[in-house]
Design a protein. Structure first.
Length: 323
């Protein structure tokens, strides 16, 4: 069953695996996302089962008769193209972007190179391989500067550097998670995120969410485990500004070849209201604090309906190319 079909009944999906957990640094969040998706699918009559790749070999998906997978994995080996490649070989349709788009989107440096080539705005950056490189990047990009692993999510390993003396510690932290470290110009202004649903020309952005975190620090703790971060949806931005960002995000999504769903993070520079693309997540969170369900609700799409809609888009690269 490799064809996209949003009219399938829950029973027609067959036996569904919700992939959750995994071995990445985002395992804890993935377990929460996956449990939410699992409960939502079961509540609608889908024969859904939890499947943790850290505890069971992926080959069991085939031997146990799973017809499709909902990927609720985050980070490495979940949204970087590796599990997608395994599912391609097994011939089991899955949600979200395919192998190449997942791999490129997970690599923040590659993503920025592609967006820059396509004329899409993204903060200036340097790829660094040492403390000395980080200090040179700080001199070039100015203060503050963001230092982060090139292929991690959920702000893991990220430091906001405001002095040259912080560069060594910031580089060491980021390098613990990835040998490729990204130094990025800091954009001061409104922090927003914009989910996208669909594929190709049919892909459409959902309403923007404007994020106001305590002291402007939208870190791992404030993302998932506190209730003090404010999420504004409707965003409160001027309609023409929001619409322009939505069109920009749709182009960024299509440029990378994303499909199914994703969520792009955008900063709006306070000085001139220019938006900058930071990164795109091809397997966004689905926890109680997650942002795609929040934007979907603003479009009158419930969490349960969203999960079912996403499951209906499960496909393989080969099928997507011919559909």
């Amino acid at each position: 069953m490799t064809q996209n079909n949003d009219k399938l009944t829950p029973a027609a999906f067959g036996k569904v695996a919700v992939l959750l957990g995994g071995r990445s640094s985002e395992r804890e969040v993935s377990l929460m996302s996956g449990q939410g998706v699992l409960n939502a699918l079961r509540a609608q009559g889908v024969d859904a089962h939890a499947f943790d790749p850290a505890e069971k070999d992926l080959c069991a998906l085939k031997t146990e008769g799973f017809a499709r997978c909902f990927i609720a994995l985050h980070g490495r080996h979940g949204e970087d193209g590796t599990v997608q490649g395994a599912l391609e070989l097994l011939g089991i349709p899955y949600t979200g972007s395919g192998v190449m788009a997942s791999s490129m989107a997970m690599d923040k440096i590659m993503t920025k190179r592609i967006w820059r080539f396509e004329g899409l705005p993204t903060p200036d950056w340097r790829m660094v391989a040492s403390v000395a490189d980080t200090q040179a990047a700080f001199a070039a990009l100015g203060s503050p500067m963001i230092v982060k692993p090139a292929r991690e999510g959920s702000t893991i390993g990220l430091t906001k550097v405001t002095s040259a003396e912080q560069c060594a510690q910031a580089y060491a932290l980021a390098a613990r998670y990835d040998p490729e470290v990204l130094c990025e110009e800091f954009i001061a202004g409104d922090e927003t995120t914009c989910p996208v649903l669909g594929t190709g020309a049919a892909a459409q952005a959902l309403p923007l969410i404007r994020i106001v975190a305590p002291d402007g620090n939208y870190d791992y703790q404030n993302k998932y485990f506190t209730d003090t971060t404010q999420y504004h949806c409707p965003s409160g931005l001027p309609p023409q500004e929001e619409e322009a960002i939505q069109r920009m995000v749709e182009k960024a999504y299509r440029t990378l070849g994303c499909r199914g769903w994703a969520r792009a993070d955008v900063m709006i520079r306070a000085s001139d209201r220019k938006p900058f693309l930071l990164e795109i997540n091809t397997s966004p969170g689905m926890t109680g604090h997650s942002l795609v369900p929040m934007a979907a609700r603003a479009q009158c799409i419930s969490y349960e309906a969203l999960c079912l809609q996403l499951l209906a888009t499960a496909t393989l690269d080969s099928a997507a190319a011919t559909s």
